[in-house]
Design a protein around this ligand. Sequence first.
Ligand code: HEC
Length: 226
Amino acid sequence: MRSIILALFLAAACGKSSGQPATERTSGSGTASGSGTDVLLCDGKTKVTIPGNTPPTRASGQQVSDALMAQWKQQNPGGAWEEDVRRSHAHAIKPPADNRAVFTGAQRDAQTYGQYTEVDLLTWERETLRAVYEGARVFHSGEELGSTIGVSCDMCHPDAANTHPETYPKFQPQMGRVVLLRDMINWCIEHPLRGTAFAADDRRMRALETYIYAQRSGTPLTYGKH
Ligand code: HEC
């Protein structure tokens, strides 16, 4: 049974490596138009089929996300991360590290590029936060993410909950290989969002990585963890 599932995952991974977004369409699936678009969740298993002509608006994207998550939660009863985050706060950004230690002790004496000033520290903080805010913007925008069905990451991962960037690289069964965070981001862009994968250096990919890592600040690295 496991090997059959793995074979399916590998088939999906092969489709991905052709550089095409996942565009399989079903026909005669019982929808009113007789055809529909399959949308897979990040797990590569949970699926909903929507009418092919569904507009890519935030409202319909939210419906698709809710339908996928309702199914997923039935199969994963402990997976209430979404409610937990929504209840606790709205749209918080974790602050970057406090670097004032560069003014004291050994850190001050070891400064390679001259003595840093308060202005330097403010610049580091401002520029870093700017990158995180850009990431938050992309993470929350189906349009920026190139979703063809109006879905964005925040609809299922409020404040980047349950994205676990600290566990990468790790083997992901749905892709059949060891992947980096950015590979997983692309998988999610192609599946629940039905968009086209970003290049590793795409400004939106850089923004998403920045935001996701920032939101997990303080979590120890444990690569390979499931
Ligand atoms: C429709 C809901 C939904 C949407 C939209 C969605 N995800 Fe996910 N995502 C999930 C679920 C559910 C899982 C857990 C799957 C599993 O059990 O393997 C997951 C898993 C992940 C993981 C792996 C977490 C881990 O533990 O390794 C990452 C990273 C991730 N998503 C990022 C994203 C990003 C980035 C986007 C937007 C491009 C996105 N997701 C969009 C529901 C969603």
